[in-house]
Design a protein around this ligand. Sequence first.
Ligand code: URA
Length: 234
Amino acid sequence: MDKEQLRLQLERLQEIGIDELFYTPDGWSSSSTTEESHRSEQSAVKPSEDSPLDEIARLVRACQNCPLSATRTNAVPGEGNHSARLVFIGEAPGGDEDRLGRPFVGRAGQLLDRMITALGLSRGQVYIGNVLKCRPPENRDPLPEEMKACAPYLDRQLDIIKPLVIVALGRFSAQYLMGSTVTIGRLRGQKGSRGNAVIIPTYHPAACLRFPEYKKYVWEDLQKAQQILNETKG
Ligand code: URA
C-alpha cells in the first residue's frame, strides 16, 4: 500500500469512527487487490434468473408462515453476491428495509456499507441477509416462534452460498448462528463454525450508532474476518 492508499484508508476508517488501529502481523487493512475483489461484481448483480437464491427469494416474498407476513410491506430476502465468501447476517428488517424490500438500507445499513468499503470491498462482493425476512412491528425483538418459522430460509441461503466467513451482526443473529443463548457481549470474541464457514459474532451496526465505542470492536472483528479470507485461496 502506498502513502496515498494509506491516507485514503485512514480517511475511510475515520468516517466510520475508527481512530485507533491495532497492528497485526498481516497488516491492518486490505486494498482492492485482496482475493475477494477478484470476484466479479457482474456476477453479483446479474445472477441467472432461475438461481436457487432467486427461488428462495420468491418463496420468501410469498411466505405466510408466521403472522409477520400480515404486517410487512415487503419481505426482505437478502441480496448480494451469490457465491460471496463473506456474508453479513443481521436480525430483521427495519422500517426502511420493509419499505424498500432490501436489507440494511437505513442508518445502520449505511454504517455497514462504510465498514464494507473500509475493508476494501463493495456490497456487490458480499451477501447481506437477516434471520427474519419480515419486519417485526415497531422493530420489536424477534419472537422465538418467528425465528423458528423463518430461519430455514437463512439456512438454505447459507447452504447455497457456502461462504467462508459469516459475520453475525447483533444478539439474535449471533445466538441463532452460534446455537447459544448468551449475550452478544459474551459471544463477541469467540468464533463459531457452520460447515466450512467460520462464524464471527459482533455488535450490530445499530448498536454502534448508539454506542460509538463499539465500532472499534466491530472493526477488530471484521479484520479477523478479512484475515481468514486472505489466508484462504479460492
Ligand atoms: N437491522 C437488521 O438487523 N437488518 C436490517 O436489514 C436492517 C437493520
